[in-house]
Design a protein around this ligand. Structure first.
Ligand code: HDD
Length: 751
């Protein structure tokens, strides 16, 4: 090939070309069509993603999916069949291992290199496949093909926490990532957002700083996945632009109940372009069908120990059960004026929201997650998002935070995925045809043809050609820029750090405010430096005196006065999570049962919970089956493995009648010395009830349940304790309560 372009070789080549029918001659100036683009790279046979066992019961490819590999025989990576993988090759059974053992070397070497660097942020995550169906309502403002009516686009969505390492717990107080890859026919579009609509900083140049401050301390590498430490609070109180995002983190938004029950936001303002070239500024929102719900802080902390995979499991279980999570994609639209402001709000400042009451959130399509990944590493770990993956019709604005992101995401994959060819990894492959001139590099899987990966060329018939606006090219909006001086400065409008946080605070219900005060108090009490706590109180005083005084009381410090006038802003009721009723699909109902009780009632309750689209989990003294006379009931949790955090509501079902020991007698009978002689309810059941009560969860029961509630310290006259006369009646009351997510009246400040 090297000599091919020398004069003599080129002449010979021309002869050969003439002999190949249909091949354009190198000099052909009249070629009008581009060369055939190649389709997306097909997966390698061994990467051919087997279908996930369909949650709706069609188990296509299930057999394959159930196996780690396809094929009958174990082989080396080169396909040589192996007859032993458990013994190294040795000089005699007790002799030294031989260097010539190629299988041993291959196996250990590959293992030694199994890990890749975790993401520098958002390392902990879970993902799912799905589909996005556009309503067509955005077609007038964006020409993107995937936004046209009824177009269905495959997607891959990854949710994450920000600060923790790959193995950290799910329910920490943190922002959640919500990154969506749309495999559109015009190329990949990534919407790389969060569950909080604002960001800590206004300029990407501070991103390394805020992350250094949030990550564990560099000396001892603690605390893991927490913001409750000095460096975080040092940063966010010195950079008061972080106040708004920090306030959201300290609110219930920082501890979502489930990935399925949180909103998503594109954060930045984007610019949409329609077929006529008209532009509109927008902010993207994801609205969950199940509503926006959170844990309470104590529950979140217990969960981190009891089930660190809580969110990951919840997502996978729901999809597996066919309760496919759904979100509507929606936009707030703003005229594309030269100032890029709306109602006085600077749209280029990523610490700002635009209240929904000022700019309605208009749905433009529906996302449904309907399949779990087949292999965590191949898909969830190797997926590479990038806010610069855009399609015609969607462009960026000059938000300085976004500008830095447009550099960072591509750059970070080069270390994380070891080279520039990560777009060829199956989960990252576009579904649009590719005809690039990028060549070689580590992990190059493509076998490129042609000799001229440059433009213009005369050797490959001038191909590839360039597209224009009418042939689907991505053309940046020719935005006019004002004459300007080169400076390291932010606009004056970026200086208002308190009016938006004040709006958020004023929009919260009393119970949400109570939670916010509790969260600041917890976090700041974990800080050692007095000066940091005092500075934090000053920031809070500039938001609202009630907030500042509440936290100051918890810290045992005096509350300072605001050092500037409090902003005069209207609340935005849409920001509160409380007050509406939501669908209950996939909610977990703990049913406490015992061989001793009424098992017909337990069976009936299970069936009714399932019929309501929720998940019944039977909790009993021991595993196995509960079986008196009828159809056996499978026990999903024992008193040892169950904890309140797993359930959205707990029902005492078929409580043994008067004079019988409730929930615990069996242990005592089994001769367990720890409980020998016990006649009252197992303390683990009592703990479960008292925790669920404290966490505002609906509780229910009938017959002898009252006594058990009393023993657990649960006042039966309290709100949200449903004492029915039978199972169906009790469940009815519990589901009514659960529609509001929690029994808010139980918290000292009522909603
Ligand atoms: Fe980022 C990952 C979201 C600002 C640099 N970011 C990452 C992920 C999400 C976000 C959801 C995980 C993607 C995945 O699941 O693989 N990031 C945001 C949002 C931001 C933001 C909503 C502000 C509006 N990020 C931001 C800035 C920078 C980065 C300002 C750097 C200047 N982010 C990265 C990164 C990561 C990343 C280092 C780590 C892993 C990756 O990109 O692929 O490039």
């Amino acid at each position: 090939m090297a000599g091919k372009n020398s004069g003599k070789a080129a002449a010979k080549q021309a002869d050969v070309d003439e002999a190949i029918p249909g091949k354009p001659t190198p000099q052909a100036p009249t070629v009008e069509e581009p060369t055939e683009v190649r389709g997306p790279l097909p997966p390698k046979p061994d990467q051919d993603a087997p279908q996930t066992v369909s949650p709706t019961g069609q188990a296509t490819g299930a057999e394959r999916a159930a196996m780690a590999q396809g094929g009958s025989f174990l082989t080396t990576a080169q396909g040589n069949r192996l007859h032993d993988t458990n013994h190294s090759l040795k000089a005699g059974p007790r002799g030294p291992v031989l260097l010539q053992d190629h299988h041993l070397r291959e196996k250990i070497t590959h293992f030694d290199h199994e890990r890749i660097p975790e993401r520098v942020v958002h390392a902990r995550g879970a993902a799912a496949h799905g589909v996005f169906r556009a309503y067509g309502t955005a077609a007038k403002i964006a020409k993107a093909a995937f936004l046209a009516a009824d177009v269905e686009t495959p997607v891959f969505v990854r949710f994450s926490t920000v600060l923790g390492s790959r193995g950290s717990a799910d329910t920490v107080r943190d922002t959640r990532g919500f990154a969506t890859k749309f495999y559109t026919t015009e190329g990949t579009f990534d919407l790389v957002g969060n569950n909080i609509p604002v960001f800590f900083i206004q300029d990407a140049i501070k991103f390394p700083d805020v992350i250094h401050a949030g990550k564990p301390h560099p000396d001892r590498e603690i605390p893991q996945a927490q913001s409750a430490h000095d460096t975080f609070w040092d940063f966010v109180t010195l950079h008061t632009e972080a106040t708004h995002h920090t306030l959201w983190n300290m609110s219930d938004r920082g501890i979502p109940r489930s990935f399925r029950m949180m909103e998503g936001f594109g954060v930045h303002t984007f610019r949409l372009v329609n077929a006529e070239g008209g532009t509109t500024l927008v902010k993207f929102h994801w609205k969950p069908r199940l509503g926006v719900h959170s844990l309470v802080w104590e529950e979140a902390q217990i969960t981190n120990g009891m089930d660190p995979d809580f969110h990951r499991r919840d997502l996978a279980d729901a999809i597996e059960a066919g309760a496919f999570p759904q979100w509507e994609l929606a936009v707030q639209t703003f005229p594309d004026n030269p100032e890029q402001t709306f109602e006085g709000i600077d749209l280029l400042d990523p610490t700002n929201i635009v209240p929904e009451e000022l700019a309605p959130v208009q749905p433009i399509g529906l996302l449904t997650l309907n399949a779990n990944p087949t292999n965590f590493f191949a898909e969830t770990e190797q997926v590479a998002f990038h806010p610069g993956h855009l399609v015609p019709g969607i462009d960026v604005t000059d938000d300085p935070l976004l500008a830095g992101r447009l550099f960072s995401y591509l750059d970070t994959q080069i270390t994380r995925l070891a080279g520039p060819n990560f777009a060829q990894i199956p989960v990252n492959r576009t579904h649009a045809p590719v005809n690039d001139m990028l060549r070689d590099g580590f992990h190059q899987d493509a076998v490129h043809t042609g000799v001229a990966p440059y433009r213009p060329n005369s050797l490959d018939g001038g191909c590839p050609f360039l597209a224009g606006a009418d042939t689907g090219a991505y053309i940046e909006v020719p935005v006019e820029l004002p004459a300007a001086k080169k400076v390291r400065e932010a606009p004056a409008s970026f200086d208002d750090h308190f009016s938006q946080p004040r709006r958020f605070w004023l929009s919260m219900s009393p119970v949400e405010r109570e939670h916010i005060i509790g969260a600041y108090t917890f976090e700041l009490n974990k800080c050692y430096e007095q000066a940091i706590k005092e500075r934090a109180l000053q920031v809070l005083a500039n938001i609202d005196p009630e907030l500042c005084e509440g936290v100051a009381a918890g810290l045992g410090l005096p509350a300072p006065e605001a050092d500037r006038p409090l902003a005069s802003v209207d609340p935005s009721p849409a920001l509160s999570q409380i007050g509406r009723s939501w669908p209950l699909e996939g909610r977990m109902i703990g049913i406490v049962a015992d061989d001793n009780g009424d098992l017909d009632a337990v069976r009936d309750l299970r069936r009714r919970v399932l019929e309501a689209g929720m998940v019944p989990l039977v909790i009993a003294p021991a595993g196995g089956k509960l079986d008196q006379n009828g159809e056996p009931i499978t026990v999903q949790r024992t008193f040892a493995t169950a904890r309140s955090i797993e359930f959205d509501a707990v029902i005492l079902a078929g409580t043994p009648g008067p004079g019988k020991d409730a929930y615990g007698a069996r242990d005592a009978k089994a001769g367990d010395p720890a409980v020998a002689g016990r006649t009252e309810t197992d303390p683990r059941v009592l703990l479960m009830l008292s925790e669920a009560y404290r966490h505002g969860k609906p509780l229910g029961g009938w017959a002898g349940a009252e006594e058990v509630f009393h023993a657990a310290g649960v006042p039966t006259a309290a709100p949200g304790v449903a004492l029915g006369s039978d199972g169906p009646g009790t469940l009815n009351q519990v589901t009514q309560l659960l529609g509001k997510h929690r029994v808010w009246e139980r918290f000292s400040a009522h909603a």
